[in-house]
Design a protein. Structure first.
Length: 162
C-alpha cells in the first residue's frame, strides 16, 4: 500500500532526492484518483460494472467484441488506417532529399528519375490527417463497445475461456 507523506513533510525534507520521490508518489496517487473517477463515470451503472468485471475475470472481452459485426467493421477500418500510416511513414523515411534550392535546374532534371516524389511536408500532413482519422475511429470503437455492453441483460454470464 502506498503511503503519501503529509504536506508539511515536504517542507521538512532536507534531501532533494526524497522530496522528488515524495512528490512523484503524490502525483501518482492524484493520477490514480483521477483515473478511478473517470472509470466510474464511464461505467456508471452497476450492471455494466459487473459485466466488465466478468469480462476481466474471464479475459475474453476482446474475443466477444470481435464476434460482434459492428465492432469488427470498425476494427477493420482502424487497422486499414494503421497500415496506411505505416506506408506513409515508410515513404517519408525513404523520400529523396530536395536539393532544388541548391542545384541548377539542368542538373536536377538529370538526377530526377520517374514521377515527382511527394514532398515531406505533404507526407507529414497526410500522416496527421490519418492519425486524426484513427483517433476518431478509436472513439467510435469505444462507444460501440459501451453500447454493446449496455445492451446485455444484467444477469448475462459470459462463457468461460477454454
Amino acid at each position: 500500500m502506498l503511503k503519501v507523506a503529509p504536506r508539511q513533510d515536504f517542507l521538512l525534507t532536507k534531501s532533494p532526492k526524497s522530496f522528488i520521490l515524495q512528490l512523484s508518489l503524490c502525483w501518482r496517487c492524484t493520477l490514480f484518483i483521477f483515473l478511478a473517477k473517470r472509470i466510474s463515470a464511464i461505467f456508471g451503472s452497476m450492471s455494466i460494472r459487473r459485466k466488465v468485471r466478468e469480462f476481466k475475470r474471464r479475459d475474453n472481452l476482446w474475443d466477444w467484441l470481435m464476434s460482434q459485426p459492428s465492432f469488427k467493421k470498425l476494427d477493420d477500418q482502424y487497422m486499414e488506417v494503421e497500415r496506411e500510416i505505416g506506408g506513409l511513414i515508410e515513404m517519408r523515411r525513404t523520400a529523396p532529399i530536395d536539393y532544388s534550392w541548391v542545384m541548377p535546374s539542368s542538373l536536377e532534371t538529370i538526377l530526377a528519375e520517374g514521377p515527382e516524389p511527394m514532398p515531406i511536408w505533404q507526407i507529414n500532413e497526410e500522416i496527421r490527417a490519418k492519425q486524426q482519422q484513427q483517433r476518431r475511429l478509436g472513439k467510435q470503437m469505444d462507444q460501440e463497445a459501451y453500447r454493446l455492453l449496455a445492451k446485455l441483460p444484467p444477469d448475462f454470464h459470459f462463457p468461460a475461456v477454454t
